[in-house]
Design a protein around this ligand. Structure first.
Ligand SMILES: *Cc1c(COP(=O)(O)O)cnc(C)c1O
Length: 379
C-alpha cells in the first residue's frame, strides 16, 4: 500500500490530537460524542450509496435501503404514526429534513404563508429564501416558545392564505417546545381547514418519545412532517437525520413529478448508505429502554448543572423535558474554552450523553475562576 509522506502524516496526527483534545470540552452543542460503532467498520471498505427512494427497489444494489426502511419505521413509532401512514428517508441532517418539509408544504399549498418564531433555527430562514416562500416571523416568549397571541393575530390578518407553521420541538438555544395543541386550536378557531405543520425536532425528537410526560410532538398531535437529526441524541461519526411525512401528501406530490417521467422523491441524489446502517445499529443496540435511560440520565445531569449554577448565585434554568441549560453569557474566553453556543446575552450547556457531572464540575471550576478574574478586572 502506498503511504503518505512524512509531512502529510504529521498533519494527520496533529489533526487527530486536536480532535481528541477538543472532544473533552464539548459542552455547548447537541452532538452526542459517546458511541462505539467498531462492529460496522468493515462496511467502510465499500461504497454504499442510497440514491433514490428507499421504499422502491432500484437496479443499483450497493445500498442499505432495506435497513433504511426499518429505521424509518422505527422513527414512525417514535413519532406516533402508523407505519402505513408515513413515508420518509434518512437525510444528511436536520436541515435537509426541514427543507423537505417545506418543499412538501409549498407543493401542497403554493399560496401558503409560512409562520415561524424568532427562536427558530437559522436553517429555516435560509430554506425560505431558497424556495421563495412568503413568510412571517412570529414573536417568541421569554422561554423560547412561540407567542401564540401573536400567531393568532398574524394568521387572522392573512386568513386568505393557508397557514404553514413550523413548530419547534426543542429550540436550538433554549430547548423550548411549541404547543401543537394551541397551534391546532388556532386553526380551528379561525376556521382554516387547509393548513400544514412541519415539526423541527432536531434534538427533542429523540428526547420526547422517551420521557413520561412529553409535550405533544408527533403525528398524533397533528404534525404533517417532522425532521430529526441522527447525530444529535443518537450520536454518529458523521451527520445524519431522518425526515418523515404523511404518505398521502408525499404521494400527491410524487405523482406530479411522475408526470414528467421521474419518481424522484428525495432532495439529495446520492445519499450516504452508512447513515441508515449506523442509525439502525444504534437503535438496535440500545432499544427503547436504553433510550429511556439515556434521556433520563441527560436530564439528571442538566438538573445537576442548574443546581450548581444556582448554588453560585447564577440564574440558570431549563425548559421542561429539555437537556439544554440556559445561563447568562460568560466571557468569550470561557465560551471558547468549552465550545459554548451563545446568543446575545445568554449561553447554554447541553447535557448530551457524553456530558457527566465530572465535566460539569470542571466547567464550574473554570466558570468561577472566570468570574473572579472578571471582578478583579472590574475593581
Ligand atoms: C441542529 C438543529 C437543526 C439543524 O440540524 P443539522 O442536523 O445541523 O442540519 C435544525 N433545527 C434545530 C432546532 C436544531 O437544533
Amino acid at each position: 500500500m502506498k503511504e503518505l509522506d512524512a509531512q502529510a502524516k504529521a498533519k494527520l496526527d496533529a489533526l487527530y490530537e486536536r480532535v481528541v483534545e477538543h472532544a473533552g470540552s464539548f459542552l455547548g452543542y447537541p452532538c452526542n460524542q459517546k458511541f462505539d460503532y467498531r462492529p460496522l467498520y468493515r462496511f467502510l471498505d465499500h461504497s454504499l450509496n442510497n440514491v433514490g427512494d428507499p421504499f422502491r427497489s432500484a437496479t443499483f444494489r450497493l445500498n442499505t435501503h432495506d435497513i433504511e426502511c426499518e429505521v424509518i419505521y422505527r422513527f414512525a413509532e417514535f413519532c406516533r404514526a402508523r407505519q402505513s401512514d408515513v413515508w420518509g428517508y434518512v437525510t444528511n441532517g436536520g436541515t435537509e429534513g426541514n427543507m423537505y418539509g417545506f418543499y412538501l408544504a409549498r407543493e401542497l399549498y403554493p399560496e401558503g404563508l409560512v409562520y415561524y418564531s424568532e427562536d427558530t433555527h437559522y436553517s429555516v430562514s435560509k430554506i425560505l429564501r431558497l424556495i421563495k416562500s412568503r413568510s412571517i416571523m412570529i414573536k417568541s416568549q421569554e422561554n423560547g416558545e412561540m407567542d401564540y397571541d401573536d400567531l393568532y393575530e398574524t394568521i387572522r390578518l392573512h386568513r386568505d392564505a393557508p397557514p404553514i407553521v413550523i413548530a419547534n420541538i426543542g429550540t436550538t438555544m433554549k430547548g423550548a417546545v411549541d404547543d401543537l395543541d394551541r397551534i391546532n386550536s388556532i386553526f380551528s378557531e379561525l376556521a382554516l381547514p387547509a393548513h400544514y405543520i412541519h415539526a423541527d425536532a432536531a434534538l427533542s425528537g429523540m428526547i420526547l418519545p422517551f420521557v413520561d410526560a412529553p409535550q405533544p410532538y408527533g403525528f398524533d398531535a397533528g404534525v404533517d412532517s417532522i425532521s430529526i437529526s441522527g447525530h444529535k441524541m443518537i450520536g454518529s461519526p458523521f451527520p445524519s437525520g431522518v425526515v418523515l411525512a404523511k404518505k398521502k401528501n408525499v404521494e400527491r406530490v410524487a405523482r406530479s413529478v411522475e408526470y414528467i417521467g421521474t419518481l424522484d422523491t428525495t432532495l439529495s441524489g446520492s445519499r450516504n448508505g452508512l447513515s441508515p446502517l449506523f442509525l439502525w445499529y444504534a437503535l438496535k443496540l440500545r432499544g427503547e429502554d436504553g433510550f429511556r435511560r439515556l434521556v433520563e440520565s441527560c436530564l439528571a445531569v442538566a438538573d445537576y448543572a442548574v443546581e450548581q449554577f444556582r448554588q453560585r448565585g447564577i440564574k440558570a434554568w431549563r425548559n421542561r423535558n429539555a437537556n439544554t441549560v440556559v445561563f447568562p453569557r460568560p466571557s468569550d474566553r470561557l465560551v471558547n474554552r468549552w465550545q459554548l453556543a451563545v446568543h446575545r446575552d445568554i449561553a447554554h450547556i447541553i447535557a448530551m450523553p457524553h456530558v457527566d457531572t465530572g465535566m460539569i464540575d470542571a466547567f464550574m471550576l473554570s466558570f468561577e475562576q472566570d468570574l473572579a478574574q472578571r471582578s478583579e478586572g472590574a475593581a
